[in-house]
Design a protein around this ligand. Structure first.
Ligand code: PLP
Length: 390
């Protein structure tokens, strides 16, 4: 295990933190340990097994993410949902109450409203720090936030939520997938646990599903006990791929931030666009909060077409940007939340949540920004543009 001082900066930690240097060969990169069993006695005097979450390649990721989020410890899982499920079931029991942010990732919303309630956990949904404060009850054990949120990129005052949770002895949890540890470190703002779907920016190449929780040693120890029973581990090959992706995280996120900022500005002045949701824009309702707690505003944005019927034509005409779900990869993707993540809501519920039919979400990738601007320019033009194959 390479030693990484906390004073090292994020770009350096992305590359070096947690690397399993192999003494026998002097390998610069971590070898892949595919063995599922390890002989006794071993140096750690510990029973290593993939489902015990303690094999060498899992530990590489745990150390790297703990360093990047500036937490004591971390645990890597087989998916973002495995991380979320394990954390929630490790801390909640029948009769407890949990408060969730209203505009939650679809899978987490289903987990809370369908599964937690089935096990006798009461839940509430909130949007602002004020609403979180008002929702706390005697039986509240956990608050759960996403900031920036999907797909409107709303930001919650994280220090305020963490403070009110701490005052009541309530566990404060955040899904930091959209921000990444490069743009936002919620543990430093008082949160107890940070979750990532590593499927997105952390891996960054749309070819691994993984999840991670970063927290104190105490929380991670408790989580590991449950995780061993629940079984949602990540295998060595996927850990190795994720490690490779993480080495360029800081570099990638910097470019995601720049590209999304440029695209947001471009769309904002486009006559076909009614509104752009990007926390980096001064006109975004939560810009001040975002500017206070984030170092960069991320690679996600959404925009609203003036004519919702233009959505299909826009998606059909895009040539560089692909219509697809998921996010956080090197490639730019668009989707229409009213038809995908929010399709199970009634039209009235969607209207209330601000998810209109003309809303398009963009995961802004790492292509040359001029190519992205030209692609949206021709896709949003009033008459079809001449073919321009990529
Ligand atoms: C994708 C995603 C998840 C779920 O992660 P999986 O890796 O797909 O299980 C959770 N939260 C957010 C914000 C996500 O984008």
């Amino acid at each position: 295990m390479s030693v990484t001082r906390p004073s090292l900066r994020a770009s350096t930690l992305c590359i070096h933190a947690g690397t399993h240097a192999d003494a026998a060969t002097g390998s610069v990169g971590s070898p892949v340990f595919t063995s599922t069993t390890y002989a006794f006695p071993n140096p750690a005097n510990e029973n290593l097994y993939p489902r015990f979450f303690n094999t060498p390649n899992q530990r590489v990721i745990n150390h790297k993410l703990a360093a990047l989020e500036q937490g004591e410890a971390a645990l890597v899982f087989g998916s973002g949902m495995a991380a979320i499920t394990t954390l929630l079931f490790a801390h909640l029991k029948p009769g407890d109450h949990a408060v969730f942010q209203a505009d939650l990732y679809g899978g987490t919303h289903q987990l809370a409203s369908r599964e937690l309630t089935r096990f006798g956990v009461a839940i509430s949904f909130c949007r602002t720090a004020e609403e979180f404060a008002a929702a706390l009850r005697d039986r509240t054990r956990l608050v759960y936030v996403e900031s920036p949120s999907n797909p409107l990129l709303r930001c919650v005052d994280l220090a305020a939520v963490a403070q009110l949770a701490r005052a009541r002895g309530v566990l404060a949890v955040i899904d930091n997938t959209f921000a990444t540890p490069i743009n936002q470190n919620p543990l430093l703002l008082g949160f107890d646990a940070v979750i990532h779907s590593a499927t997105k920016y952390l891996n960054g190449h749309s070819d691994v599903t993984a999840g991670i929780v970063v927290a104190s040693d105490t929380i991670i120890q408790r989580l590991r006990e449950c995780a061993t029973n629940y079984g949602g581990m990540l295998d060595a090959h996927a850990c190795s791929q994720l490690e490779r992706g993480l080495k360029t995280l800081a570099l990638r996120v910097q470019r995601h931030n720049e590209n999304a900022g440029r695209l947001a500005q471009f769309l904002q002045t486009h006559p076909a666009v009614a509104r752009v949701n990007y926390p980096g824009l001064p006109g975004h309702p939560d810009h001040a909060i975002a500017a206070r707690q984030m170092r960069g505003f991320g690679g996600m944005l959404s925009f609203e077409l003036r004519a919702p019927q233009q959505v299909d034509e826009c998606l059909r005409r895009l040539r560089v940007v692909r219509p697809a779900l998921s996010l956080g990869g090197v490639e730019s993707l668009v989707c229409v939340p009213s038809r995908t993540s929010h399709r199970l809501m009634t039209p009235a519920e969607r209207e209330h949540a601000g998810i209109h039919d003309g809303l398009v979400r963009v995961s802004v990738g790492l292509e040359d920004i001029e190519d992205l601007l030209e692609d949206f320019q021709q896709a949003l033009a009033p008459t079809p543009a001449a073919p321009n194959h990529v």
